[in-house]
Design a protein around this ligand. Sequence first.
Ligand code: SGN
Ligand code: CA
Length: 542
Amino acid sequence: MKLKNVYIRFVRVSRIISFVGLCCASLLNLSCKTTVEEQKDTRPNIVFIMSDDHAYQAISAYGYGLNNTPNIDRIGKEGAIFNRFFITNSICAPSRAVMLTGKHSHINGKVDNISPFNWDQDNFAKSLQSAGYQTALIGKIHLDGLPQGFDYSNVLPGQGQYYAPDFIENGVKKTIPGYITQVTTDLALNWLKKKRDDSKPFLLLYHQKAPHRTWMPEEKYLGLFDSVKIDAPANFFDDFEGREAAKTQEMSILKDMDLVYDLKLLDKEDELQTHYRKNFQKQYGRMTPEQKAVWDAYYNPIIEEFKSMDLEGEKLALWKYGRYIRDYLSTVQSVDDGVGQVLDYLKENDLEQNTIVVYTSDQGFYLGEHGWFDKRFMYEESFRTPLLVRYPKEIKPGTEINGLVQNLDFAPTFLDYAGLDISKDIQGKSFRKLVNGEASEWRDAVYYTYYEYPGEHRVKRHYGIRTDRYKLIHFYYDIEDWELYDLQKDPYEMNNIYNDPEYSSIQKELHENLKELREKYGDSEALTQENLDRYLEARKKK
Ligand code: SGN
Ligand code: CA
């Protein structure tokens, strides 16, 4: 009996011990789990995708019917598309400087492509990095000097090259075989797969060179648009009546687009001796013999056909437009493929819900409107720029944003999403609440400046204001001209109504609003002169 009792007691006690043990273990487990969960950083990741010179007209989600960009469109369908997104200074390096700093060009100092950029100033990547984000910059940035604010950078020197591009990886230059758009995508995917630290939220700037001049398509997309009928825009043969600054630009498809450099008519007979022939030879020379064979098989018949036609005037202009738009759209196709690969990676790796994906361009671009290529003007096609944002946690699929948003707003928006303070000297505004539908107020006008003159494409210096309906522009320096547009009645800006008595009160109001905006952003005639001096000085040194 005694023995039996001892045994029963033993069993009971051991049961109790194992129960207590189990409880302790699960409690311990639970508390471990809680600690891990507490430690897990749930701040959103940010993938900031930017292309170079990508016109909204060449994104199918914007409805222009020129091409199909299903992957870029997907960002907007599953998130938000912005219909009134504008650049503050429509040229590459200044636009990027504005995005990074959240400050206008006259404040961040990068007023044109030539003057130096000061990386020592604050930028949103630096803020995210010091708040514990892992940060990377891959592709085109066009700001000289070693990028600051990034744990990893692999960037193009200057404009970069389409074939066998050079890259600068954390300060070290390397040539990478292949086609630039795919190479950039591979580098971004490689960073996501192999260099990412899972314990931290990340910021990835994935920035394509395409579709920048000189629009060299990937071999597989040569001829993609050849069987598609594409009409030139209705204002292709613009005579610029009433718009003095527009008369002297050098971005005309007919007059300034180079047959060899821009349109790839590198004839074996060496007969087409154009201004930029040598520049194109350099780019062509970067291709492998296999790539050249595919390239020549496509372009040689076009060269022969062109030489046999002896085109001039309007016919030549339209022929050039036809070649230009097809090459341009073909380069866009590779950009869209890359976006698809990155979106797929996020989905397959359970990163979709907690990642903000942004697609934009450093500015808009003329696809034949006014007979032009390039950008720089405050007219809609180069001032307005695509923007699509997806963030499933906060943004409802199919959201359309019509508020006036600018590239000035990226820095504060990213800081806001990351839960960080937005310092008072940042001039942009977070659009997080605007996208959520929670904003009680938003701005009713945006400010624009352009400084790179005298310079390439000869677009005169100007600044201006755009409201929901109107635009007032002041061209200055070696011209004194004002332009006013009613965008509701004249969306293509063909009719300058400055000094039209019918609009006198609107004109007066816009002048006042422009003055207020200049004061608000700390711009002035004195600064304008200072920036001119700085630009001319930098040009002399180059
Ligand atoms: C290059 C191009 C120009 C273009 C600028 C600025 N010429 O200089 O056509 O306007 O870049 O573009 S090229 O002969 O080098 O192609 S930006 O997007 O970098 O600002
Ligand atoms: Ca650009």
